[in-house]
Ligand binder design. Structure first.
Ligand code: NDP
Length: 295
């Protein structure tokens, strides 16, 4: 069994990006910039936003965090986004989810200029991805990070059966779509499972590549996995653990302890897909910068 080390790959990738940032900064005479907006005080979101800002600075890019109170109106938020759309020093705009319930996520997604939508959520980016025009869009960071792991670990995907469990707009759907594309690290036959799927273990057991993005700790058990499969665990679930200072530990969607030994390769949680998501956000921001300067 091979452990797919997302922490190491993301560190390598960030080092590569750092070099590229230096090159592009010299050519353009200015600095790439990412602005993250957070509305409200969700503790998990605050950690994610802090990590994004820190990684951004580490690679030599500018990072701004705009913290807005939970009562911020949708109109005010859209006004902020519009100002960032117009700001030539901002190359990436990200609005951290979840948003307070009085703000419509769709309106926010639509408000971000697609050329600065480094999360890859805008329909223009999603549409270009579906069409296979991957050089004309931003790919949603988590699925993009998984492609990078498959590529760097040289995992054979061509013609394989990939089963994706989960169909969210940010992970499951783009993931399934990408695995279908004709790329070296994809080109699979794809099945997508969700909460209405019947006989799910029968389907997951057919997977050469099994990608779990469900949000339920240890959901994928031994009986659901084909021996020798490649298993990618996207889930990040908090489990109460009084022995930890934080009071919780993280678990994936895969029952790692029982599944890992029967796989050919697997991502751990933490340290698998998670760190890749941030690295790909930085990659997308640099891409946006390069495109805006025709580099
Ligand atoms: P969502 O809750 O948006 O989607 C979960 C999906 O899983 C849905 O499509 C749902 O089906 C499906 N599902 C839920 N329960 C079952 C079930 N019992 N049987 C079959 N399918 C089920 O979650 P996300 O896609 O946003 O995230 C999934 C997980 O990945 C979470 O743990 C999240 O924290 C993590 N995550 C990790 C990231 C990373 O960087 N590593 C980034 C983003 C997310 P249905 O559509 O029918 O409701």
């Amino acid at each position: 069994m091979m452990l797919i080390d997302g922490k190491k790959v993301s560190t390598d990738l960030k080092n590569e990006l750092k070099t590229r940032v230096e090159e592009l900064k010299a050519k353009a005479g200015c600095v790439p910039g990412l602005t993250v907006i957070i509305v409200g005080e969700d503790p998990a979101s605050q950690v994610y936003v802090r990590n994004k800002a820190k990684s951004c600075k580490e690679t030599g890019m500018n990072s701004t965090v705009i913290e807005l109170p939970a009562e911020t109106s949708q109109k005010e938020l859209l006004g902020k986004i519009e100002a960032l759309n117009q700001d030539p020093d901002v190359h990436g705009i990200l609005v951290q989810q979840p948003l307070p319930s009085h703000i419509e996520e769709y309106a926010v997604t639509m408000a971000i200029d697609p050329s600065k939508d480094v999360d890859g959520f805008h329909p223009e980016n999603v549409g270009q991805m579906v069409l296979g025009n991957l050089d004309k869009c931003f790919i949603s960071c988590t699925p993009f990070g998984i492609l990078e792991l498959l590529r760097r670990y040289d995992i054979e995907t061509r013609g394989k059966h990939c089963v994706v469990v989960g169909r969210s707009n940010i992970v499951g759907k783009p993931m399934a779509n990408l695995m279908l594309q004709k790329l070296r690290e994809t080109n699979c036959t794809v099945t997508v499972c969700h909460s209405a799927t019947q006989n799910m273990p029968e389907l997951t057991r057919q997977a050469d590549i099994l990608i779990a993005a469900i949000g339920r700790a240890n959901f994928i058990t031994r009986e659901m996995v084909k021996p020798g499969a490649v298993v990618i665990d996207v889930g990040i679930n908090r489990i109460e653990d009084p022995s930890r200072k934080s009071g919780f530990r993280l678990a994936g969607d895969v029952d790692f302890d029982n599944v890992a030994k029967m796989t050919s390769a697997i991502t751990p949680v933490p340290g698998g897909v998670g760190p890749m998501t941030i690295a790909m956000l930085l990659k997308n921001t640099l891409q946006s910068f390069a495109r805006s300067h025709n580099l």
